[in-house]
Every structure is written in C-alpha cells, then in structure tokens.
Design a binder for this molecule. Structure first.
Ligand code: ZN
Length: 297
C-alpha cells in the first residue's frame, strides 16, 4: 500500500477508503475488478474525492466544482457516438517512424503504445451521431501529450479527405501540447497540410466542428483546431499558442488571471461556444442535423 502511495507520481491523488471514514458496506454491486480497492480520484481544483467509477459515470466531470478531467479518445468516442463506437476506424496501421533519428524517440513511442493501447495520439473514423453519419477525429493526450507529429497530421488529413469523399461533416476533438519536437520541421508542416485539407472541405461546403479540450496549445491551436465553422471548447479548457510565462516575459506585462481559458476566449470572440461535457453530444448532434447534406436538397 505504501509503495502504491509513494512509488511513483500519479496524475491524481489516491486515498485509501479506510482513511476517509466512508467505507462502503460490502455489497456485491461493487465489482472489485473494475474499482480497485482504495483507488479514488481527488479533484485537483476543489479537493472533492470521487470513486473512480462514479467519476466515469459522470463523464469524468467533478461533481464538486465542474472541473473537466481529461478524457481518453476511446472514452470520448464511447460517450459521444450512437452505440458508443465508430462504425469504421481509419488508418489503424499508420505508425510513426523516426525520420530525424531523434535519440530515444522510438522507445518513448513504444512506451506510450503500451500504456494506451493506441498506435498514435489520435483515433479517426466514421460513426453515427444523433442518427447522422459523421467523420470524427479524437486526440488522446496520454500519448506524447497528443503532440502533432507526421502521423497525427496525416491521419487528420486523410480523415478530412474521407469526409470530402463521403460528403460528411467532420468533427475533431483537440487536446494537444502542439507540434512534436522530435519531428522538427516535419511536424510543423502538418499545420499547412491539415489547413489545406480543411480548405478543400470548406470548398465542398461541408461542415467542420472543432472542439478544443484541455489543453490545446501551439501548432494545433494555430492550425486546424481554430479553423472550425464552429469552434467549441469545454469549460475551463486552457487554449493558446505560447504559454502564459513566455508571453509575459516577451511583452513584459502581467496578463489577466483567466487568460487563455475557454471562458476568456469566448468573451473575446475566439470561440463560438463553451459547452459542458454533459451537453456535448446533444449540441453536436443538433449542429450536424442543421447542416446535414441530404439527397435532392
Ligand atoms: Zn472539483
């Protein structure tokens, strides 16, 4: 138990149930395999302690303060699409190489593959949303901070091309630290490539909804994530190009406290909507329904 508490850094604090004085009566309803004994999540914002299972049921939103915990790509797809799954996944065999020979890069990729069961930081595919077909991409910040390397850029571009070919709307969930430094200029090039593909989607008069989740920074926010016909963010999401400290040091001015939050950006015209996670499915379904291309219309 001590090893579990102090052995390695965890994303969230874990507290054994005994110390909380809230030991639940042993009921068969709690399946020990799904909720490891003593494992709970503590909200980093308000300190509320959640059973992992309750947090999952609440779409990983804190009941105390509404903080939106990060969501993995598979969780997001499950919570969003009809039947909780894609009908077709694209490009499952695309794997990142190490074009610049960056030391240790392939090992890091392998570690992340093992930890996430993903091959790269994004899942793309087709699915149904509120009864309408959509092409969707979801970034996963557990994989290299969902930084944008060649494969992430390529998968997004190919998904957009599929949307054009199938005449479907495109929805993209971003969560990214920016361009991937291990791929240098090749990752920066993805900004131009994805933006050019989106320009084609636009020429075909197809809908693109960009959903920015916490955090969306750097080259991702400066390219496709900001190019939506609708740019939507989750509450409290941090969105920007450079971080606060870099900007403050550059312009030698203190920035407002809520600088780079979704709410601040909404107020200043950078976003169209800030949508709570529990309303995301309904909101996106409505937008898609409004813009759906129907035969003969
Ligand atoms: Zn909280």
């Amino acid at each position: 138990m001590l090893k579990d508490l102090f052995g390695k850094k965890r994303k969230f604090a874990t507290v054994p149930t005994e110390t909380l004085g809230r030991v639940p009566a042993p009921t068969p309803a709690i399946e020990p395999k799904e909720v490891p004994e003593g494992l709970m999540n503590k909200c980093t914002h308000c300190g509320t302690i959640h059973y992992s299972k309750d947090l999952e049921k609440n779409l990983r939103v804190c009941k105390g303060c509404g903080y939106h915990f990060p969501m993995s790509a598979p969780e997001r797809i499950q919570s969003l699409l009809d039947d909780g799954a894609l009908t077709e996944e694209f490009d499952t065999d695309l794997v990142t190489a190490n074009p610049l020979g960056f030391p240790g890069y392939l090992e890091k990729l392998e570690q992340d593959m093992k930890a996430t069961s993903l091959k790269e930081a994004i899942i793309t595919g087709e699915g149904n949303l509120g009864g309408n077909r959509v092409v969707i991409g979801v970034m996963d910040s557990r994989f290299r901070m969902a930084s944008m390397g060649s494969v992430v850029g390529e998968k997004i571009t190919r998904a957009i091309e599929q949307a054009v070919e199938r005449k479907l709307p495109f929805i993209l969930f971003s969560a990214s630290g920016g361009a991937r430094m291990q791929e240098g200029v090749l990752s920066l090039m993805q900004m131009a490539k994805t933006s050019a593909a989106l320009a084609r989607l636009d020429r075909e008069r197809l809908l693109f909804v960009s959903v920015l989740t916490n955090p969306t920074y750097g080259g991702v926010s400066a390219s496709f994530a900001s190019l939506g016909d609708y740019n939507i963010a989750e509450p409290g999401a941090m969105i920007g190009f450079a971080g606060r400290r870099v900007i403050e040091q550059t312009i030698r001015q203190e920035l407002p406290k809520d600088f780079q939050t979704a709410e601040f950006l909404l107020e200043h015209g950078q976003l169209d909507m800030v949508v709570h996670r529990k309303d995301m499915r309904t909101t996106l379904s409505k937008l898609v329904e409004m813009h759906v291309v129907r035969e003969g219309v």
